[in-house]
Design a protein. Sequence first.
Length: 228
Amino acid sequence: MFEIMGEQIRVAIDGPAGSGKSTVARLLAERLGFLYIDTGALYRAATFGCIERGVDLSDAAALASAVAAMSVELRKGEPYLDGRNVKVEVRRPELTQQVRHLSSNPAVRRQVTGAARQAARGHSIVAEGRDAGTVIFPQAQVKTYLDADPQERVRRRHRELREKGDSVSFEEVLEAIRRRDASDMGRADDPLRVAEDAQVIDTTGLTIEQVVDSLEKLVKRKIGEGKQ
Ligand code: DC
């Protein structure tokens, strides 16, 4: 049913940490019956693999060859490392601080891009990340960039961590978000940016439900246009 002229539909959602894109992408995929592609989880799985193997994270060549020797994939939306489901391991907070070593590595980026495309093959998808619309799926029919003001992003992340029982302070979360913004936006390869044909949605003050509703409308409008 959800096809444009027999083509699969690709929805790409990009944005900075704390913009709400993971929750939004997951819910939107569920509503539409599309496959959810969490590209960040692939970077996290590769990072976990390197840490587990004791690779020096500051050695770019060592990282590239270690990741080339791994199988990093998404199966039904969940990250797998060498055939093992690592969805729990990739959420460890200490890992989040280390991902930038991998996400700034061009060889690793090529491999993750390939893994995300492979996971999408044959499906209509909602893909989420930093370069889902600009690099991984440039042909996506719907592209959005979710943003929120930095204070709001820190508040959301702080609340989320607190709810998980983490006693982290607001200032620590602020510092972590600042560092991630700098690494996501400042890197030379595939930095976070707004795709030319992306719709920017400022989610500050909006509920998750409101954002998902407006994206659902956007997708359905596209599908409608494709049928004319
Ligand atoms: O969305 P996330 O927090 O799970 O992403 C983990 C890290 O991977 C984050 O530091 C940014 C990076 N990333 C990226 O560089 N490109 C993507 N398409 C997705 C994530």
